[in-house]
Design a protein around this ligand. Structure first.
Ligand code: DC
Length: 220
């Protein structure tokens, strides 16, 4: 069974997707981490983010692996190296939306995501899972929250990673990414018509997960 979870940054997708996958005993796939890993590779190789041909070439050469840990967390490997923390750096966040709007990049990563998903039961989280990667997913969710709450959640998350950030900058960055992710030509962030919309602004994580779990167990 495929569970697709889409929505804007900071809506709580990763948190609920991880817990939901653990409770269901499914594999958890964070597709945003894959776009981040490729962005890291581009920056480390001093490739101009606007040079689509070079970035496409890089995508074809990149080896990106996701490995689940027993505690439910996920480690991301780029060309055999654990980059789980590196991909959360502000410089990656700044450029990832520009890298992920490139058509060739999406073709390569969507193919990888389908291969991972076809291995068995999994929860995939991203922006285009229910619309493009797995349009036939058995369960689709679109997780949203007010922009203020999303910025505050992302700010706390980054503080937890010991990053020296200001909430106002986090809010600006989120607004900028939302704009690029929702307006790009290829696979923009959209709610699939058959996705269940959940606004998490006023809901607890537990409440959201319980609701999703019930819906996943309904008719298979
Ligand atoms: O979920 P995240 O913030 O880690 O995602 C990072 C970026 O990757 C996000 O700004 C847009 C892009 N992305 C995408 O285009 N498609 C996906 N399926 C997942 C992420």
């Amino acid at each position: 069974m495929i569970v697709a979870i889409d929505g804007p940054a900071g809506a709580g997708k990763s948190t609920v997707a991880k817990i939901l996958a653990k409770k269901l005993g499914f594999l958890y796939i964070d597709t945003g981490a894959m776009y981040r890993a490729l962005t890291l590779k581009a920056l480390e190789n001093n490739i101009d983010i606007n040079d689509e041909n070079k970035i496409n070439e890089l995508a074809l050469k990149a080896s990106i692996d996701l490995r689940g840990n027993p505690d439910g967390s996920l480690s991301i490997f780029l060309d055999g190296r654990d980059v789980s923390l590196d991909i959360r750096q502000p410089r990656i966040t700044r450029f990832v939306s520009d890298v992920s709007k490139i058509k060739g990049v999406r073709q390569v990563l969507v193919k990888m995501q389908r291969e991972l998903g076809e291995k068995g039961d999994c929860v995939l989280e991203g922006r285009d899972i229910g619309t493009v990667v797995f349009p036939d997913a058995q369960k689709k969710f679109f997780i949203d929250a007010s922009s203020q709450v999303r910025a505050n959640r992302r700010f706390k998350e980054l503080k937890g990673l010991n990053q020296d950030v200001e909430e106002v900058d986090v809010a600006k960055d989120l607004a900028n990414r939302d704009k690029i992710d929702s307006s790009r030509k290829v696979s923009p962030l959209r709610k699939a018509p058959d996705a269940i919309y959940i606004d998490t602004t006023e809901l607890s994580i537990e409440g959201v997960v319980e609701k999703m779990l019930e819906l996943c167990k309904e008719n298979g």
